[in-house]
Design a protein around this ligand. Structure first.
Ligand code: FNR
Length: 371
């Protein structure tokens, strides 16, 4: 396993180049954990296939004057619609972990979502973001991803800590409280935010006994009443992450979600589910007024353009941030974000869009409209 480069290797020009290099910079067990999906990796592969299957329709001759990529989301100003997804245990990719990735995000004006399962504390991550923003003279929104804890008092403690540290929104992840994982963290990496909090134990029962249903793990899975409870606990915007069903989207918004992340968790939780890009139009129709973010498989600026065209306000970048972090630390993540932003702007220009709101479903070629 090689340490991170201090300079970005000359042959890196896109997110997939970081992935290729990263295999040599991450320990083998951690690499399998990061890269893997559920079961046969059908969902993992399908996330890419579904994005690849869409065609964008260039629109030359449109004026690109006075263009920009700015947007306002939940009352917060973003310079562009690329955010770093909450990704656990970034210490697996680089000793500086989340401290490096949040500094890169601020430098590139990318929104950052710190995971509950960060290898640095949420307070240290926020302090690094705030110090970077002071140094730079600008920054970007900082959000906290919340995993419900076995006891509500610990969920509430995380929420209050996030509010006190200056996080500007809560991203409540609801699709991964029950998932298989055989990965054991190395001793150098821990869930820094959860020190002193009891972990959910799921010990195998006797053969013939309860497997999952009827165990404390299943009983504690987040439910709609937990959404109402959480909504009542904070004034911060509340974003529900991990929605694929239009019906669930409508229920979540009706119970107080301010926005949704359409996501299948990068194919890590359940095999054989639709790609977020496929369900996006139906979710857009089900919750016409709610801001939607999307992740799972975004690797190119054109992927982001497809998601924005079909109704997302912004996209989240998952695994590629770990790849870039492992290859070249803070510089790698900054370069990754610059690369994706450049690709997105190139796509916007080709699509005749000087601003994000000009990107509509018309930018995606509809096979059925072929004459
Ligand atoms: C994740 N993801 C995730 N999501 C979340 O809400 N909290 C978390 O702690 C984590 N941790 C995590 C670890 C690793 C190793 C991966 C790969 C992913 C999911 C993440 O936020 C996002 O939904 C997916 O990564 C998006 O898919 P891509 O971009 O990785 O294809």
């Amino acid at each position: 396993m090689r340490p991170a480069h201090t300079r970005i290797p000359a042959d890196i020009g896109c997110a997939l180049d970081y992935e290729r290099h990263a295999a040599h910079h991450i320990e083998a067990m951690a690499w399998r954990h990061i890269q893997g999906g559920a079961d046969q990796n059908l969902t993992l592969a399908h996330n890419r296939a579904a994005l690849d299957a869409l065609r964008l329709l260039p629109r030359p001759l449109a004026s690109l004057r006075s263009g920009h990529t700015r947007l306002t989301l939940l009352g917060q100003a973003f310079e562009h619609p690329l955010l770093l997804a909450p990704v656990a245990y970034q210490g697996l990719a680089h000793p500086e972990g989340e401290i490096a990735s949040v500094r890169a995000a601020m430098a590139l004006r990318a929104g950052y979502i710190a995971s509950t399962l960060s290898s640095h504390t949420l307070e240290d991550i926020a302090a690094a973001a705030q110090a970077a923003a002071r140094e730079l003279g600008y920054g970007a929104p900082l959000w906290f991803q919340l995993y419900s804890q076995p006891a509500r008092e610990h969920t509430l403690a995380l929420l209050r800590r996030a509010e006190a540290a200056g996080y500007q929104a809560i991203v409540w992840t609801v699709d991964a409280s029950i998932k298989r994982s055989g990965f054991a963290l190395p001793p150098s990496v821990e869930a820094a935010n959860l020190r002193g909090y009891p972990a959910m134990q799921h010990t195998p029962q006797a053969i013939g006994g309860a497997v999952l249903l009827g165990t404390p793990l299943a009983d504690a899975a987040p439910a709609l009443e937990d959404l109402e409870w959480l909504r009542a606990q904070t004034r911060l915007p509340l974003i529900v992450k991990g929605v694929l069903s239009p019906r669930v989207a409508a229920e979540a918004v009706a119970r107080g979600a301010d926005a949704l992340v359409v996501s299948n968790h990068g194919g890590r939780v359940m095999d054989g589910v639709p790609a977020p890009i496929e369900v996006l139009p139906a979710i857009r129709a089900a919750v016409p007024a709610a801001p939607l973010l999307l992740d799972s498989g975004i690797r190119w600026g054109t992927d982001a353009a497809k998601a924005l065209a079909l109704g997302a306000s912004a996209v989240l970048i998952g695994r590629p941030q770990l790849h870039a972090l492992a290859v070249a630390g803070v510089q790698g993540v900054a370069h990754l974000l610059l690369t994706l932003r450049s690709e997105l702007e190139l796509a916007l220009a080709q699509l005749g869009c000087a601003r994000l709101e000009q990107l509509t479903p018309e930018a995606v070629w509809d096979e059925s409209s072929k004459k």
